[in-house]
Design a protein around this ligand. Structure first.
Ligand code: 2RA
Length: 329
C-alpha cells in the first residue's frame, strides 16, 4: 500500500505519519509531500528514512491513498487530480467538507457509508469530530434536537506559529502575533475569521458539519469557539436537548459502551477529562455528565480530545484503515 502524506512536515502531517506507524497500517511505501522549502527533508517511518518530495512528483508515483493536510487551496487544486488518477484522497482541510458529493466521515459514525467510488473523502473539523463522537450515540438513543456548545481550543489548532507565540509570551518576549491579542493568560473568542452573521467560520463548521455527519437537518446547533493557552487538545462544554426522557446513569452507560469514547466522570475523586491528560491519546473523553435542571430532557457534559489526534490525524488514518480493511482501495 503506497500512502502519500501531503503536508507531511506540518503539525497534523507529522502526527499522521506517527499514527500510520502506531496503527500498523500496511504501508509498503510512504510518500511524504511538502512545499519546496522542505524538499529533501527526511521523514522517519517504520525504521526507514523517506525524502520529502513535491506534489507533482507524488502524483506521478500514483499512491493508493493520499492523506492531505496542507490547506484548503491546495486541496481544491490537487485532490481532484489525485482522484482522477484513481488515488483515494482523505482531506483534512475544509475544502470539501460541505460538498454534497463528498462524504464527511467519522468512521465510528458513518464509515459504513463509504464505497469504492468515494475518491475524495473529507475529514471533519477537529472540534466537530469530538462533538459528534458523543452526540451520535445520544442522538440514536434519545433524539438530539438542540445543542449549545462552547469550545476551549488549543493553540495547536492554529498551527506551529501560534504555539511559538504562546511560548514567546510565556518567556516575556515580543514577536510575531498570530492572534490579535496576547494568548498567554488570556482567552480569545475568535477561532478562524468572522462572518457576516456574527459567528466565526469555526463556529459555523460546528453547526453545519454536525448536521451533515448526523444526517439530520432537524438538529439545531449554536456555538461559541474560544482559543485558550493550552497545547494538549480541545475542550468543549456542551448542553444537549433531546426528544426522549433519560436517566443520567443510562447516558453514562451508553457513552461508556461507545467505541472511541472514554467516560471520566466521578466528581467525588475529581475524575473528569482535561487536555493535558488527553494529549497524545486517540480517544474522545467525556465527563461532568449531569442534568440541566432549567428545562426538560436536557443535559450538560464536558468533552476533551487531542485535536491533532482524533481531531485530525487519527480520524484520517482510521478512515484509511476502514478503506483497507473493507477492500475499498
Ligand atoms: C482550529 N479547528 O482549532 C481549527 C483548525 N484546526 O483552529
Amino acid at each position: 500500500m503506497k500512502i502519500a502524506v501531503v503536508g507531511a512536515t506540518g503539525m497534523v502531517g507529522c502526527e499522521m505519519v506517527k499514527v500510520l506507524e502506531e496503527f500498523k497500517i500496511p504501508v509498503t511505501e510512504l510518500i511524504p509531500v511538502a512545499s519546496e522549502s522542505s524538499f529533501g527533508k527526511k521523514v522517519e517511518f517504520k525504521g526507514k528514512s523517506y525524502s520529502v518530495i513535491g506534489i507533482e512528483q507524488a502524483l506521478s508515483l500514483k499512491p493508493d491513498i493520499a492523506l492531505f493536510s496542507a490547506g484548503g487551496a491546495l486541496s481544491q487544486q490537487w485532490a481532484p487530480r489525485f482522484a482522477e488518477m484513481g488515488v483515494t484522497v482523505i482531506d483534512n482541510s475544509s475544502a470539501w467538507r460541505m460538498d454534497p458529493n463528498v462524504k464527511l466521515v467519522v468512521p465510528e459514525i458513518n464509515g459504513s457509508t463509504l464505497t469504492k467510488s468515494d475518491k475524495i473523502i473529507a475529514n471533519p473539523n477537529c472540534s466537530t469530530i469530538q462533538l459528534v463522537m458523543v452526540l451520535s450515540p445520544i442522538h440514536r438513543e434519545f433524539g438530539v434536537n438542540r445543542v449549545v456548545i462552547s469550545t476551549y481550543q488549543s493553540v495547536t489548532g492554529t498551527g506551529v506559529k501560534a504555539v511559538q507565540q504562546l511560548e514567546r509570551e510565556e518567556r516575556g518576549e515580543k514577536g510575531d502575533m498570530v492572534y490579535p491579542y496576547a494568548i498567554h493568560r488570556n482567552c480569545i473568542p475568535h477561532c478562524d475569521v468572522f462572518m457576516e452573521n456574527g459567528y466565526t467560520k469555526e463556529e459555523m463548521k460546528l453547526v453545519n458539519e454536525t448536521v451533515k455527519i448526523l444526517g439530520d437537518e432537524q438538529v439545531r446547533v449554536t456555538a461559541t469557539a474560544v482559543r485558550v493557552p493550552v497545547v494538549g487538545g480541545h475542550s468543549e462544554s456542551v448542553n444537549i436537548s433531546v426528544d426522549k426522557a433519560f436517566e443520567i446513569p443510562a447516558v453514562r452507560k451508553l457513552l461508556a459502551e461507545t467505541k472511541g469514547v472514554q467516560v471520566q466522570d466521578n466528581t467525588e475523586v475529581n475524575a473528569y477529562p482535561t487536555p493535558n491528560a488527553a494529549q497524545g491519546k486517540n480517544d474522545v473523553f467525556v465527563g461532568r455528565i449531569r442534568r440541566d435542571f432549567t428545562t426538560d430532557n436536557t443535559l450538560n457534559l464536558w468533552i476533551v480530545a487531542d485535536n491533532l489526534r482524533k481531531g485530525a490525524a487519527t480520524n484520517a488514518v482510521q478512515i484509511a484503515q476502514h478503506l483497507i480493511e473493507n477492500k475499498l482501495v
